[in-house]
Design a protein around this ligand. Structure first.
Ligand code: NAP
Length: 241
C-alpha cells in the first residue's frame, strides 16, 4: 500500500523539492500553502490520483482543523508529516513590529504544533508514523537580526525531543532537520557580503540546495531510520561543525 506524506508549504522553495522527491518515490503527497503556484498546478495535472493540494493558512487554527480530514478523505491515512512551512522576518528586536513577531510565532510554532496534534491523533490510531520538523541551524547558533525566528526554531527542536519521548512507544518517530543557509526565496534578503561570508565559513564551500535537505528528510521518513527519534539532523555543509 502506498504511503501518504503530508508536507506543509509545498508550493515553492524547499517544500516544492520535498513534494517532488516524495512523488518521485511513488508516495501519495498532500501539501498546503496560501497560494497555488505553477508547480502545484503541474503536479495536480501529472499525478491526479497521488497529489492533493489545499489552500490553507496554517496560522489560522480553524483552517488547520479542516486540513487533516481532507487528506484522510482523499488517501485514508497520514504516514509521514513534514512540518516545512515557515517564515523568517529579520530586524533588530527593539524595532520589530508586533505583526512580524506574531507572524513568525503563529506559523513556525503555533501552526506547526496545532497541525502536529491533529496528525498525531491519527497516527496513534495507526500505531505508526514519522514526523519531521524543519528547524534551522540558527536555532542553535543564533544569527544577528533573526532573534525571533531563531527562538521559534529552537523551540521546534525542543518540541521534537519531547514529542519523541511521548510517542516512542507508539511506533511514531519525531525528528528535526536543521538546514544551514539554502538557496531559496527565504535567503534572497541576504546581501552579497552576507552570502560570501556564509560560503567562506562553510567547509563544503557553498550554500545548501533544497535537494540536500530533501535527502535527509527522505532518510528520516524511511524504515532505514526506524531507530532514530528525538534527533536534530544538521544539514549545513559543516557550517556549525
Ligand atoms: P519559502 O521559499 O519562503 O517557502 C515557504 C513555503 O511555506 C511556501 O510554500 C509558502 O507558500 C508556505 N507558507 C508560508 N506561510 C504559510 C502559511 N501561513 N500557511 C501555509 N503555508 C505557508 O521558504 P523555504 O526557504 O523553502 O523554507 C522552508 C523551511 O525551511 C522553513 O521552515 C524555513 O524556516 C526552513 N529553513 C530555510 C532555510 C533557508 O535558507 N531557506 C534555512 C534553514 C531553515 P505561501 O506563501 O503560498 O503560503
Amino acid at each position: 500500500m502506498s504511503r501518504t506524506v503530508l508536507i506543509t508549504g509545498g508550493s515553492r522553495g524547499l517544500g516544492a523539492d520535498l513534494v517532488a522527491a516524495f512523488l518521485e518515490m511513488g508516495d501519495n503527497v498532500a501539501t498546503c500553502s496560501r497560494s497555488r503556484t505553477a508547480e502545484v498546478a503541474a503536479w495536480a495535472e501529472a499525478h491526479p490520483d497521488r497529489f492533493h493540494h489545499e489552500l490553507v493558512d496554517l496560522a489560522d487554527a480553524a483552517a488547520v482543523e479542516s486540513l487533516v480530514p481532507g487528506v484522510i478523505d482523499r488517501f485514508g491515512s497520514i504516514d509521514v508529516l513534514v512540518n516545512n512551512a515557515g517564515v523568517a522576518r529579520d530586524g533588530v528586536l527593539p524595532l520589530f513590529s508586533d505583526a512580524s513577531i506574531d507572524e513568525m510565532i503563529d506559523l513556525n510554532l503555533r501552526g506547526t504544533i496545532h497541525l502536529t496534534r491533529l496528525v498525531v491523533r491519527r497516527m496513534l490510531i495507526q500505531r505508526a508514523g514519522k514526523i519531521i520538523n524543519v528547524s534551522s541551524v540558527v536555532g542553535q547558533t543564533g544569527y544577528r537580526g533573526l532573534s525571533v525566528y531563531s527562538a521559534t526554531k529552537a523551540a521546534l527542536d525542543g518540541f521534537t525531543r519531547s514529542l519523541a519521548r511521548e510517542l516512542g512507544s507508539r511506533g511514531i518517530t519525531v525528528n528535526s532537520v536543521a538546514p544551514g543557509y539554502l538557496r531559496t526565496e527565504m535567503t534572497h534578503g541576504l546581501d552579497a557580503a552576507q552570502m560570501q561570508q556564509i560560503v567562506r565559513r562553510t567547509p563544503a564551500g557553498r550554500l545548501g540546495e533544497p535537494q540536500d535537505v530533501a535527502a535527509a528528510v527522505r532518510f528520516l521518513a524511511s524504515e532505514e531510520a526506524a531507530f532514530i527519534t528525538g534527533h536534530v539532523l544538521v544539514v549545513d555543509g559543516g557550517l556549525t561543525a
